[in-house]
Design a protein around this ligand. Sequence first.
Ligand SMILES: [Zn+2]
Length: 420
Amino acid sequence: MKKDVFLVIIASIIVVAIIYLYNTKVNPKEISKKIDEFVEPELEKKYGFVVDSFLILSDTVRPGETLGTIMSKYGITAIEVDRISKMSCDTFNLTLLHVGQPYTVFQDTLCDSIAKTKYFVYENGNVVYTLYDFSKADTIHALKLRKNVDTLQKSASGIIDYSLWNTLNDQGINWQLAIAMSQTFAWTIDFYGLQKGDAFKVLYTELFVEDNSIGIDEVKAGLFIHNEREFWAIPFTMDSCNQMFFDKEGNSVQKTFLKAPLKYTAISSRYSHARMHPIFHKVTEHLAVDYSAPMGTPIYSASDGTIVFRGWGTGAGNMVKVRHNSVYSTVYMHMSRFGDYNVGDYVKMGDVIGYVGSTGWSTGPHLHYEIHENGYKIDPLLFEAPPAEPVPPEQMDRFNKEKQKWIDEINKIEFPTLEI
Ligand SMILES: [Zn+2]
């Protein structure tokens, strides 16, 4: 009996020992996890250079300064400046400096006490910068580079007191959101007719470079309450088509045509079956609308379609014709130059197909714009653009699921509490 007790005790000791050894056995996964957790402290960098390694001087371009006068302040010799100015590529054109743009000089202070400029960075814009590399003894390199752009999803809400712009501005939100919203809701809400008490909730993306906002990317989804009515903009992508906005019932909130194929314009000649032609001084038809606009104003394709003509027409000058579907085509005349699209290219509504000019029979910069409906020229100003297609029945299930996610997201946004 005593022997049995002894054996049980021995067995228990062995089991406990095995459990103990198993639990204390070092797990290789844990080692790697510990190594991962040890992250080297990140070195502060500017334009990819380690900040601590240089003496860094920053300033902005002042009136009258050239790259040469600025660089000479930082010890770049006249010979080096001359070599830069002779770089053939127009990317590095010295005349392209803009007053107020920042620049940064990286100087090396290691060799004796004379600071030597190693790198010179000029910011061409928010994203693009030019790097002049003086670090090599015999050559100077100039590179045009881009900073990393981060896209962040954000939300905003507000109750309109005076204007949409003021409501955003009061909250420190980028004013460009007002433009993005007016585009998203362009066909459902008259932004000139907003009322006090109208309200909105919107999800959008904003672009950041080094924590500084460089603008609004796009509205992702939104709700606008106008005159106590709800207007939803719910994104949905049908098959391979582009993403469009729909209301809760799956009706498109966008129309298929822009109201006008350019911005900032005045109508200089309307659609008419009898008007005095400004060049020929005789009564002719003008089955189009003329928009006078500054030379170079971008001209947008009024709707999605395919470019079927791009070239010279005797009276039309530089002309583009876009075929949108079996019913509608649009024609644009007197362009100063064309956009980046050629015959056969598919363009989307709002793509730039050319620029306002005065080519052909024209007395000044303007766009002559025609809409052809089944081959007939109709009055663009009376044209009621058909709404884009609704969500087709076979895709309603998918739409309803995605819709609910967006509605939940929008509903989570709270209105700002009003200060009294
Ligand atoms: Zn005309």
